[in-house]
Design a protein around this ligand. Structure first.
Ligand code: SF4
Ligand code: SF4
Length: 334
């Protein structure tokens, strides 16, 4: 899921298209075909005013280039935080954020950061609170599970829902997510159908992560998304783990990481393109299930409890952050 969010930071459609075009020396004619057919005219959802409340800090996938996936691949990945946010606590955070004007009428409230939201055992309660509080909800899922919801589930506060896919075959899923591909496809169809009953206006988008091995599968994924009347948005997969990405740019990767990067990713995705001088993540609130604010979506760094956070304190945290300075210098946020 983080890949989804990071891809959006690049900004508007034009920048996204230009950055994508820079990769095509490696893809040759096929790459250009993909660019013209799927990317140039795609309109991904770009959050303008967004706040993140992470409802699940756990994920069942094992993506090779994501912080959570890397933790999951290591035996017994380290966990220090709560897995799921408690609904009452979620409500308390929402009230505080409204009081501090972190949440305003046009704010998109994203319920994901480093975990799978549909694993939350009380997902429906979170959505009920969101509905009561008139929030605009953004969700992203790997669709490995169907959420625990009742027949009366009301999805009317959900504005955008993204499904991220690392390919369109079991062979591709074995390489990255390590989930059951048929199950994922069936869940996507069921989620789209079920959520549309109470909210026909949800914008569903299939985010297709392009790796070296899955280019021939793009067409099949496109047809699948169109069959369900979803938007289709393919983009180049990238390293979504701060340390792994930084080490790569500084040419300090371990032999294993380097081998994986070369085998799976299109090389140019990892060259920093310093077109952006300011970071759109700065000054954005990100709250984990413990109620701790974290710096941003590319690095887990606590910056203070949400109930002590004010807009002034928040600005100061970003201004003084050494990580932000390093990140800007290396162009990691690209
Ligand atoms: S599905 Fe998303 S959160 Fe889970 S491991 Fe993969 S990229 Fe990370
Ligand atoms: S670390 Fe700082 S500069 Fe880098 S993406 Fe996060 S907020 Fe932006």
């Amino acid at each position: 899921m983080r890949n989804d969010i990071k891809s959006l930071i690049i900004g508007n459609r034009l920048t996204q298209s230009v950055l994508s075009a820079l990769h095509f020396k490696e893809l040759s004619w096929l790459g250009w075909r993909i660019w013209f057919k799927y990317i140039l005219f795609s309109k991904p959802y770009v959050p303008k005013n967004e706040l993140i409340i992470e409802i699940s800090d756990t994920c069942n996938a094992k993506c090779s280039f994501c912080t959570t996936g890397i933790e999951n691949r290591k035996k017994g990945g380290k966990k220090e935080r709560k897995k799921f946010i408690e609904p009452d606590f979620f409500e308390k955070i929402v009230h505080y954020c409204k009081q501090q004007h972190f949440i305003q009428k046009d704010t998109n409230v994203c319920l994901i950061n480093w975990g799978e939201p549909f694993l939350h055992p009380e997902f429906e309660k979170i959505i009920e609170i969101s509905h009561r509080e008139h929030l605009n909800i953004y969700l992203s899922s790997n669709a490995s599970v169907f959420p625990k919801i009742s027949k009366n589930f009301n999805a009317s506060c959900i504005k955008n829902m993204v499904f991220s896919m690392p390919g369109f075959s079991q062979a591709s899923y074995n390489k990255i997510h390590q989930l059951n591909f048929e199950q994922v496809k069936s869940n996507i169809s069921k989620i789209v159908e079920t959520f549309r009953i109470s909210n026909p206006n949800i914008v569903f988008t299939l985010f297709f992560h392009i790796y070296r091995f899955n280019v021939p599968e793009i067409d099949a994924a496109y047809k699948f998304s169109k069959g369900l009347k979803m938007m289709f948005y393919p983009y180049f997969a990238f390293i979504n783990d701060y340390e792994m990405h930084r080490d790569f740019l500084l040419k300090k990767s371990s032999p294993n990481d380097l081998e994986l990067i070369k085998r799976f990713l299109f090389k140019k995705c990892e060259i920093p393109i310093k077109l952006i001088k300011t970071c759109p993540y700065c000054n954005r609130i990100l709250v984990n299930p413990d109620g701790e604010c974290e710096l941003c979506t590319i690095k887990r760094t606590k910056i203070g409890n949400i109930f002590e956070m004010t807009p002034e304190k928040l600005s100061k945290c970003f201004e003084e952050s050494k990580i932000c300075k390093e990140c800007m210098q290396l162009g990691l946020m690209n």
